[in-house]
Design a protein around this ligand. Sequence first.
Ligand SMILES: CC(C)(COP(=O)(O)OP(=O)(O)OC[C@H]1O[C@@H](n2cnc3c(N)ncnc32)[C@H](O)[C@@H]1OP(=O)(O)O)[C@@H](O)C(=O)NCCC(=O)NCCS
Length: 120
Amino acid sequence: MLLRYKKTYEKIAMGLLSYMPGDKNAKKLQETIHRYETDDSWQLYLLKKEDDFIGLIGVELGDEDYTLFHISVNPSFRGEGVGKEMVAKLQALFPNKECKSTEETDLFIKKCQVKEEGAD
Ligand SMILES: CC(C)(COP(=O)(O)OP(=O)(O)OC[C@H]1O[C@@H](n2cnc3c(N)ncnc32)[C@H](O)[C@@H]1OP(=O)(O)O)[C@@H](O)C(=O)NCCC(=O)NCCS
C-alpha cells in the first residue's frame, strides 16, 4: 500500500532517504523532508507491506508530468521488484502524467520502462 507521507513517518522516511546517493547528511535530509512537507508540488509516499515501511518514492509534480527525485528500498527487501512496484503504483496515481527522471533516478526508471515495454 502506497501511503502519502505525514509527519509521524518522519524518522522512517529520513532513514529510507539516507540510502539515496548524495543525501546522506542530516541537514540535507531535513531540508529534503521539509520541502516535501511544505510544498504541495512535492509529494512523498511510503510503501507499507504488512507492518513494515519498506520503500519510499518522492516526486515533483508538474502540470503534465512528474519528476522522480527519490526512490529507496530497505536493503532487506531489494531485488524483489519493490522499487519497480512503487514506480508502477505512482504511475497509477498520475495516469495522465509523464514520468521524468533526474540524473540519479534515470537508470532505474529506464530499467523499469524497458521491462514494461518488454512485458507484452
Ligand atoms: C534503486 C532501488 C530503489 C531499486 O529497488 P529494488 O526494489 O531493489 O528494485 P527492483 O527489484 O524493483 O529492480 C527492478 C530492476 O531494476 C534493476 N535495478 C536495481 N537497482 C538499480 C539501479 N540503481 N539502477 C539501474 N537498475 C537497477 C534491477 O536489477 C532489476 O532488474 P531486473 O528486473 O532485470 O532484475 C534500490 O536498490 C535502492 O533503494 N537503492 C538505494 C537508493 C538509490 O540508490 N536510489 C537512486 C537510484 S534509482
